[in-house]
Design a protein around this ligand. Structure first.
Ligand code: RB5
Length: 152
């Protein structure tokens, strides 16, 4: 699998470790930065990973900031991206099985490296279950028209 990695200054060390881990598992790694503790803005890196995944230049993305939240929000602004933040194995598996998540968000200030590696492994190896989940995932990119009388 080709995996794009991105992080801000809070997440770059964990991102680097996870990129090395993924390469060791035999994956192709595309590192989009950042690569130092110098302060940067997480949206720049979330957008970069999102665009690479949405365009098909990578199969999956991994984004890391302090909490994983800001950079995952940025990735999700790119149409076609389904990013979720995981802090536990159940969520890492279910975001694949139910949501067909293509970007994993992780928080370097929340999740210790051994758990982060396990979360990444679950994200990479768990298949999408399809079935009843497919039509729900389809609605993320093509919301159905509002029925007449809808109060929104
Ligand atoms: C940077 O200090 C921090 O705000 C960022 O890494 C992230 O946690 C935002 O969601």
């Amino acid at each position: 699998m080709r995996i794009a990695f991105g992080a801000d200054h809070a997440g770059f060390e964990l991102k680097d470790l996870l990129a090395r881990y993924a390469a060791g598992l035999g994956h192709e790694v595309l590192d989009l930065g950042t690569s130092s503790a110098a302060s940067v803005d997480y949206p720049d890196f979330g957008f970069a990973v999102g665009e690479v995944v949405a365009s098909g230049r990578a199969d999956r993305g991994v984004v890391v900031c302090g909490t994983g939240v800001g950079i995952a929000i940025a990735a999700n602004r790119v149409r076609g991206v389904r990013a979720g933040v995981a802090t536990d194995l159940f969520t890492a598996r279910l975001m694949r099985e139910h949501n067909d998540a293509n970007v994993l968000g992780l928080g370097a200030r929340v999740t210790a490296p051994p758990l982060a590696m396990a979360l990444l492994e679950a994200f990479l190896t768990t298949p999408f279950a399809g079935g009843r989940h497919q039509k729900r995932v389809d609605k993320l990119d093509a919301p159905p028209p509002r029925p007449e009388g809808d109060p929104r």
